[in-house]
Ligand binder design. Structure first.
Ligand code: HEM
Ligand SMILES: CC(C)=CCC/C(C)=C/CC/C(C)=C/COP(=O)(O)OP(=O)(O)O
Length: 316
């Protein structure tokens, strides 16, 4: 397919629209847009369930700032990780390792968007939300990417906190403060991240071993990783009931959280008991781990949706 659009009179230079489009696609890819969907969704729920009305225009602006900040942090992460991304099959085709975007340009892009998102958040909503937003970017870039990711298999547990901030920021944008409930929402995502990622790492461990990234299956083996998926899932379920226990959400939310939790526990149990060799490596193409990773994504969407519906439909 040619992307050249030639003026019928031949008076204009050809426009290479396909080249333009693929360049735009590369810049968008730097923002890790697919991961952003869930980041944005949890932020929207944090904002909607907060007990303070926010003008819809400001609410949309706040969510856009969170999306842009998460994307900007992703771009800086890709700048820093360009060496290991080039070594991993899953990431080798990203715009920087494949040479389509200069590392310095990606860094500049990430820094400018980071600063802009924090500034707009502060001006449009409040500086508490802007401060948490800046801290989230710092946490993902400096604590997770630059410090922990290449040093310890606990990188996911500690560094994963970065991805747990969006509902806190959404709440702060509406209320100007951070109380117990947003901290509970933080704790839910914090406990969810290890089983989300370690399920994936069970089949992606070859990539991480090649890049010498000390993810759990590389440092402690598949058997221990399966165990840790179960440990964190067991710990996650009671935390998801906390919004109901503290009286913030009703029994409808609690029922959905319990059902979704039972589903997660079932998946984790399958990961633990999947046919495996003596080292815990799957003899079934990691079918259980793949199903668990996919379930983790639907799970978090559904859990946060249930909280929003519960608060909006049933709150007194
Ligand atoms: C340290 C923490 C985390 C790590 C290391 C991690 C890692 C990953 C990886 C490697 C993928 C596969 C993406 C790909 O194929 O390139 C993925 C997918 C995904 N993650 Fe995470 N994740 C983390 C936390 C989170 C958080 C906090 C969220 C949102 C709340 C999230 C949302 C998603 C989504 C929506 C996908 C699916 C993207 C797709 O469809 O390709 N992740 N994650
Ligand atoms: C508001 C704000 C700043 C939020 C940012 C938090 C955020 C997007 C967290 C998600 C964490 C994440 C995508 C980790 C991917 O790990 P990785 O970077 O090791 O994955 P990779 O191997 O795919 O690069």
């Amino acid at each position: 397919m040619s992307g050249h659009a030639i003026d019928p009179r031949g008076a204009q230079a050809p426009l290479d629209t396909s080249a333009d489009l693929s360049e735009v696609r590369d810049w968008i890819a730097l923002l890790k847009p697919r991961v952003m969907t869930l980041v944005v969704f949890t932020a929207v729920v944090g904002l909607l369930v907060a007990p303070a009305p926010i003008h819809p225009v400001l609410g949309v602006a706040a969510i856009l700032c969170i999306a842009v900040a998460a994307g900007a942090a992703g771009a800086i992460n890709m700048w820093y990780d360009r060496d290991i991304d080039a070594l991993m099959r899953r990431t080798a085709r990203r715009p920087i390792p494949s040479g389509r975007i200069e590392p310095g340009q990606a860094l500049g892009f990430g820094l400018v968007l980071s600063a802009a998102s924090v500034a707009v958040m502060g001006l449009a909503t409040n500086w508490v939300a802007a401060g948490w937003l800046a801290f989230s970017i710092f946490f993902y870039v400096a604590i997770y990417t630059m410090w922990l990711k290449r040093r310890t298999p606990q990188n996911i547990v500690i560094g994963g906190a970065a991805g747990a901030f969006p509902p806190v920021i959404g709440w702060a944008a509406a209320t100007g403060d951070v109380t117990l409930v947003p901290l509970i929402l933080f704790a839910i995502i914090f406990m969810w991240t290890p089983p989300h990622f370690w399920a994936l790492s069970l089949w992606a461990h070859g990539d991480y071993a090649r890049a010498k990234v000390p993810m759990l299956p590389v440092t402690h083996g598949a058997r221990e990783t399966r165990r840790q998926v179960m440990v964190y899932t067991v710990a996650l379920v009671p935390v998801t009931l906390a919004p109901w226990l503290v009286g913030f959400a009703g029994p409808a939310y609690a029922a959905v959280a319990a059902l979704l939790g039972a589903g997660f526990l079932f998946h984790a149990w399958r990961v633990l008991n999947e046919p495996q060799d003596a080292a815990g490596r799957s003899l079934a193409n990691d079918a259980a781990a793949r199903a668990t990773f996919k379930y983790s994504l639907y799970y978090l969407f559904a859990l946060f949706a249930a909280l929003a519906v519960d608060r909006m439909a049933f709150a007194a």
